[in-house]
Design a protein around this ligand. Structure first.
Ligand SMILES: [Zn+2]
Length: 348
């Protein structure tokens, strides 16, 4: 059995965007389900610290960090067109980044993997701009922290959130040591994530986008992971694997249009773990991104934890009536991605 950490702090509930899909109920439901299923005792509880300004500045501009601070001090409200906050937002956002860093520290002190149940999410945050409910890019800071604090060279970021992680892509676009892999719905918010966006300069080939049409489920995602993530991951040979774990690609999610099941997320986590087991000493850190249907999100997180820790949990989910669309479109898209990425990866 593997030792899995759960990173959580009650203060994560205090970032308050008002009447908004990204709300505290999302985390509460996950905790309730873990409690109900008796899973909490089987996880190692990790208490996060706040990230320092210096750490956040590995990725973000100091002026922007200051802007988020002043926004919160001014009482919050609307930060950008789709992103809001409250007086607690700056402190909670620093604690969210710190959650990713503490998860990594716990792995380095002996855990096999960890899930950071944090909010606000991060993958739409740019060095100097916040959008898509995100302020600081939790996963991106964790990748830089892993390189600086633990001298890891190559880091693989797997992003299965239904939305493309435009912030993360931008941050590492010219970097050959951080491979960003995203499977997302397209066309969809935020409008980025095209197949031909492969990185620039030395970073060419280290950005892999798999845009899928709406309606794709477990079979299509499995196909994407088997055909692209596994061969590319094995060629890249990461020292650490980070997951931008957004469960808004679940079939019950009301923001996304995909059909992934909770069991499906477990399967994806299992394939990520395969790469980590082969090259990264099994080190996987999952960090929460989206996921807006609390029951679906809770079942999905449980399924991911179960797979990361070999916990063999029974996942409470009713998938009857779920009709997965034929994945012919997805297969074609996968072939297109492989044709583009073959220039950089001989395993493809
Ligand atoms: Zn999302």
């Amino acid at each position: 059995m593997k030792q899995v950490g759960l990173v959580y702090h009650p203060d994560y509930l205090y970032h308050d965007p008002g009447e908004h899909p990204e709300n505290a109920a999302r985390l509460q439901r996950v905790l309730d389900l873990l409690e109900e299923m008796g899973t909490k005792q089987r996880l190692v509880q990790v208490k996060p610290r706040q990230a320092t300004v210096t750490e956040i500045a590995y990725v973000h501009r100091l002026a922007y960090i200051e802007e988020v601070k002043r926004f919160a001090e001014g009482g919050g409200g609307h930060f950008s067109i789709d992103t809001s906050g409250s007086p607690q937002t700056y402190d909670v956002a620093r604690l969210a980044v710190g959650g990713a860093l503490s998860g990594l520290d716990a792995i380095m002190m002996g855990l096999d993997s960890a899930f950071a149940l944090v909010r606000p999410p991060g993958h739409h945050a740019f060095p100097g701009e916040g959008m898509g409910f995100c302020f600081f890019n939790n996963v991106a800071v964790a990748a830089r922290y892993a390189q600086r604090r633990y001298s890891f060279e190559r880091i693989l970021i797997v992003d299965w959130d239904v939305h493309h992680g435009n912030g993360t892509e931008t941050i590492f676009y010219g970097d050959p040591n951080v491979l960003y892999f995203s499977v997302h719905q397209s066309p969809f918010y935020p409008g980025t994530g095209h197949i031909d966006d492969v990185g620039w300069g030395e970073g060419q080939g280290f950005n892999v986008n798999v845009p899928l049409p709406a309606g794709q489920g477990d079979a299509a995602y499995r196909h994407v992971f088997q055909e692209i993530l596994l061969p590319v991951g094995r060629e890249f040979q990461p020292d650490l694997v980070l997951i931008s774990a957004g469960q808004d690609s679940h079939f019950a999610d009301y923001l996304g249009g995909m059909q992934v099941t909770a069991a499906g997320f477990g399967e994806l986590a299992g394939m990520v773990r395969q790469v980590a087991d082969e090259f990264a000493g099994g080190r996987v850190l999952a960090v929460l991104e989206g996921g807006y249907s609390p029951p679906a999100m809770a079942a999905s997180v449980l399924s991911i934890l179960s797979r990361l820790g070999d916990l063999d949990l029974k996942i409470p989910e009713d998938t009857s009536g779920l009709q997965e669309s034929p994945d012919e479109l997805a297969r074609r898209r996968v072939a297109e991605v492989k044709a583009v990425q073959r220039h950089f990866w001989k395993n493809l």
